[in-house]
Write a protein that binds this ligand. Structure first.
Ligand SMILES: NC(=O)c1ccc[n+]([C@@H]2O[C@H](COP(=O)([O-])OP(=O)(O)OC[C@H]3O[C@@H](n4cnc5c(N)ncnc54)[C@H](OP(=O)(O)O)[C@@H]3O)[C@@H](O)[C@H]2O)c1
Length: 271
């Protein structure tokens, strides 16, 4: 495994396992510099969203670095207020990113219009404007309902997933249905990096707590998108390919679950 390692999605598209998240990176220099630092480090996958307000900066950095389009995987997401005209929302994202297609387009949140939106996304997929389409913040119940009606199965479900919110049933469901799980807020938004069992494991491996967490996802073939706006930490988060967690380490991390949810709870979204 290395920084370019990919996982094959259910439509055959290869998705890099490690990406840079840019939620709360400010539009302008902060995002441009973070994306440039990531690309220089060797990341080839960026996760943004219309609501993050920084798609233009993501596109600007990609262009400035002169990365061949096929060597970069870009995800963006349709925001809740935009389901009235999903195609217009998609075209706006594409224009801001300065791209001719995105690699992955996600429904950001399971709003009640999600099935109608999905039909438009299926069309965009068939037209080659999105190489893969998927969902975010979908529970097992949302997915079960969705799978009854969709023509094209979601390729990805991007959800909050950490050792402290170890959603094993959701992971198993996604695997059974050939939907790739992607972990957001994988560093627990920085809130558990001093947790003694995590720190002890980091010391044993001569790595940082953030690196231990990132490795935990990678070793489960879970796509992981740590966010940082700091070039040193962007490098740190990618310096995870020179060690391996043991089966026992993996189990111990998995047992830290405390159902700690830092973002929104999709159980509150309409079914
Ligand atoms: N689909 C959704 O609804 C959804 C929701 C939330 C997040 N996401 C996606 O997932 C990405 C990641 O999640 P997130 O941004 O919530 O949180 P995260 O990646 O778990 O944590 C980010 C925080 O950790 C800090 N950090 C980064 N690397 C570090 C390191 N090595 N050591 C110490 N601190 C470090 C960052 O600060 P610095 O920037 O100062 O380094 C930032 O405060 C988002 O950016 C977004 O792309 C999606």
């Amino acid at each position: 495994m290395n920084i370019s390692s990919t996982i094959k999605l259910n439509n055959g598209v290869e998705m890099p396992l490690l990406g840079l998240g840019v939620w709360q990176a400010k539009d302008g220099d902060e995002t441009v510099d973070a994306v440039k630092a990531a690309l220089k480090t060797g990341y080839n996958h960026i996760d943004t969203a219309a609501i993050y307000g920084n798609e233009r900066s993501v596109g600007k950095a990609i262009k400035a670095m002169g990365v061949p389009r096929k060597d970069i995987f870009v995800t963006t997401k349709i925001w809740n207020d935009d389901h009235g005209d999903p195609e217009a929302a998609f075209n706006t994202s594409l224009e801001k990113l300065g791209l001719e297609y995105v690699d992955l387009y996600l429904i950001h949140w399971p709003v009640k219009e999600r099935k109608e939106t999905w039909q438009v996304m299926e069309k965009l997929y068939k037209e080659g404007k999105a190489r893969a389409i998927g969902v975010s913040n979908f529970t097992i119940e949302h997915l079960t309902d969705f799978l009854k009606d969709c023509e094209i199965k979601p390729a990805v479900n991007q959800v909050e997933f950490t050792p402290y919110l170890n959603q094993k049933e959701l992971l198993a469901f996604c695997r059974e249905n050939d939907i790739q799980l992607e972990a957001y807020s994988p560093l627990v938004r920085g809130q558990k990096l001093d947790d003694p069992p995590l720190v002890a494991l980091a010391e044993r491996h001569g790595k940082t707590p953030a690196q231990i967490l990132i490795r935990w996802y990678l070793q489960q073939n879970i796509v992981v998108i740590p966010k940082s706006s700091n070039a040193k930490r962007i490098q740190e988060n990618a310096n995870v390919f020179d060690f391996e967690l043991t089966d026992e380490d993996m189990k111990n991390l998995g047992s830290l679950n405390e159902n700690l949810r830092l973002c929104w709870d999709p159980a509150t979204a309409p079914l």
